[in-house]
Design a protein around this ligand. Structure first.
Ligand code: PLP
Length: 352
């Protein structure tokens, strides 16, 4: 069987989760009367210390709705240059909200409060209005690096002082919580909007939950409906989320530990280079540039040996999750090392 480190979206619902879904009490979500969805929203709002929450079909819709509620056409939002919002949401903010995106250059997805401050525009007739700033905790395309709480707070306070909204793309916020022991509500405190994904490390088939004030959620609901995200008996899906919050939080710590084990196992392999923050949570990125082989070719060679990783630019990204155990990590270490050895020994095998 393939050890699938392509993404933590590759998890399959466990038998226990399927059972919880089958037994879910349901109603009509669109009219606010699906009891299981309401319970999930209350649970996540409490987890993040927010007033209210709305269930969404995806994290992408959480980001989009948060942007649409907190900006107007012609505004500008500030994100990091590796962010999901900037790179992989099909320019939703621009296409639907008429909002431009200002990506801050970063090495590993983490920008500084000084960079943020320099990017906020003074009000001017000729300039876009800086309206919202987003922090991605943990970073997705930058090796799962974790934002320091103090840095997040400095950015949050700066946003408040300068009249911007502050948003957390918390697709993997709970992986940061598992790694640092800092509660989710502490990370989210004072932010205007924040969300968590259910379909990543938590192992659910579908869904994400977006949180903010009651007024924010009222408006986010309007966008959810407009975008076609309103559901009916969504309790079947929400039940998976509740099940995950009851049973899968400990798993996130194990996933983080597995990413660390993977890094430890690969360190010193020829041609592989790691950023200092790589493997802080459940994502490990490393460069294969030292082998002179394209990342896609390296990933393909691993795949042929039963280990699936993802090539992103010049980097290889391996993501741990509940369907990969310690034995799978040991196998991944052996296969990835063997490929590194082979490419290093035999440059003729490079497919570039
Ligand atoms: C996966 C992801 C998203 C989007 O979530 P989907 O549920 O896949 O739409 C947004 N931001 C980050 C950081 C992610 O990793």
């Amino acid at each position: 069987m393939t050890v699938d480190l392509f993404s933590d979206t590759q998890t399959r619902p466990t038998p226990g989760m399927r059972e919880a879904m089958a037994r879910a009490e349901v109603g009509d979500e669109q009219s606010g009367s699906d009891p299981t969805t309401n319970a999930l929203c209350a649970r996540v709002a409490d987890l993040l210390g927010m007033e209210d929450a709305v269930f969404m079909p995806s994290g992408t819709m959480c980001n989009l709705a948060a942007i649409l509620v907190q900006t107007r056409a012609g505004d500008e939002i500030i994100v990091d240059d590796q962010s999901h919002i900037y790179n992989t949401e099909a320019a939703g903010a621009a296409a639907i909200g008429g909002v431009s995106v200002r990506p801050l250059p970063t090495r590993n997805g983490l920008y500084t409060p000084e960079q943020a401050e320099a990017a906020i525009r003074a009000p001017q007739r000729t300039a876009p209005r800086s309206a919202l700033i987003s922090v991605e905790q943990t970073t997705s395309f930058s090796g799962g690096s974790i934002w320091e709480l103090d840095t997040m707070r400095a950015i949050r306070d700066l946003a408040r002082d300068r009249g911007l909204k502050a948003h957390i793309d918390g697709a993997r916020l709970l992986n940061a919580v598992a790694a640092t022991g800092i509660p989710a509500r502490t990370y989210a405190e004072g932010f205007d909007s924040a969300w968590i994904d259910l379909s990543k490390g938590l192992g659910c088939p579908v869904g994400a939950v977006l949180c903010g004030t009651r007024d924010f959620v009222t408006e986010a609901w309007r966008w959810k409906y407009r975008l076609g995200g309103a559901m009916r008996q969504s309790g079947v899906l929400a039940a998976a989320g509740l099940y995950a919050l009851d049973h899968h939080l400990d798993q996130l710590a194990e996933d983080n530990a597995n990413a660390r084990r993977l890094r430890e196992g690969l360190e010193g392999a020829p041609g592989l280079a790691f950023e200092p923050e790589a493997g802080q949570s459940n994502i490990l990125s490393f460069s294969v540039a030292g082998l002179g082989v394209p990342a896609a070719a390296f990933a393909e060679a691993c795949r042929a040996q039963g280990v699936r990783v993802r090539a992103i630019g010049e980097q290889i990204r391996a993501t741990t999750h509940l369907d990969v155990d310690r034995a799978g990590i040991a196998r991944a270490v052996a296969v990835i090392r063997a490929q590194a050895d082979a490419f290093a020994r035999n440059p003729g095998s490079r497919r570039d």
